[in-house]
Design a protein around this ligand. Sequence first.
Ligand code: NGQ
Ligand code: ZN
Length: 483
Amino acid sequence: MIAAPAWQVARLMYRHNYRIIQRSDKATLMPDPAFHARAAMLPDGWAEQVRITVRDGLFATIERDRPAEPDDERHAAILPGLPNLHSHAFQRAMAGLAEARGSSDDDFWSWRAAMYRFVDRIGPEELRAIALMAQIEMLESGFTRVGEFHYLHHDRAGGRFADPAEMSASVIAAAEESGIALTHLPVFYAHAGFGGIAPAAEQRRFVHDVDGFADLLEAVRGAAVRLPDAVVGIAPHSLRAVTPEELAAITPLAGHAPIHIHIAEQTREVDDCMAWAGARPVEWLLDHAAVDARWCLVHATHVTARETAAIVGSGSVVGLCPITEANLGDGIFPAARFLELGGRFGVGSDSNVLIDATEELRLLEYGQRLSLGQRNVVGGGRACSTGDALYRHALAGGGQALGAGGVGIAVGEPADFLSLDTDHASLLGRSGAHLVDGLIFAAGRSAIDGVWRRGRRLVSDGRHHARDRAMHGYRRALAELLA
Ligand code: NGQ
Ligand code: ZN
């Protein structure tokens, strides 16, 4: 990047088709990048010899069957970056620390108790360092946008920060540094269980009333404008944590933005909901809220055939988090039936116990195979590549749920994409959709060699450019938290 006086900028623009990018207060020069890929995953299928130009961070032109021009950056195969529709960034720092059986039966609820003990120690600075590391790992693994389902709002004592968005600002600052696209989902949390039970002491840092939540949302919206393409939605945490009156009061605050909720992840939640309302969680939600295409039902693991069909009818997206759901012993979502009906899903890294886009997709498919005794379940139909179908579903569903993108490599869309190392042992001799099968089922993230956001390269040879700096801060934060 070269800084230059305005007259020079104008001359260079004229001579070299350079453009001015306004960044804070100084004008800098960056060439409009142009790329050439031997193969590219486009919305209507795989294409060959694809030439792509980018302007202002968006795909400007996409031409097929075109040779490379001399200054083009050349790649073997490119595909769109994936949305990660559900993350609790702070949980990355406890990854692997809850993997020893306790004295009682170990389950979701005992994991949650351990997580609550851990969360107690995280302040704004630690959150920033952890979120940065997590986002870097997301980018390296193929995720280019993250939906951060954020509920750690208050200080360690549960007291209010002067700026209600203090903790959100840490996530936003991390996104500014990592370059990941952010859909921030401030969480409304008020109760410890169905029927408006008072929150527990361990939940003191999450809690708002409706007015306090509206203030938070306004502050977060103000803070997020420093990012180029942030989206701010809302997240009623779960039917356990929000009363019907509160749900009705906060949903209008979303406007057209995404609304995410945890639902029916555990059988105890289903039983408690039945005892409280005589209805199952998804059934209750669809009967009492105007669930539409803005909504993302996170997990929706325990659903009946009727509920499955009703979710499809609502146009909402199901947010599947296969690695976390396996780690927490949640259960397996009835994906085959859901997809037959035309359901939409995306994937999320949720607890971030392991951050890997390709592994989320692989485990999603393998969970179905293991439970059904079949192969190629989440496919696009006869002879369709399962990897390609998984990828396209997660792209479209995740993009819808995060209120941005989801179309992929198309004119006007953000230039967020990955390049594959087609010399990788697991990709040799593959082409088109079979490259995605190789990526998901055989190679994993080790075959992703580059990642771009808004046309800017963030990852080379599988490493994010800010990784070393981020590791430094992360090491310090962990030393503090685990002391
Ligand atoms: C969460 N995680 O918000 O981090 C939850 C645990 C809860 C998952 N549901 C807290 N996987 O559900 O009460
Ligand atoms: Zn979650």
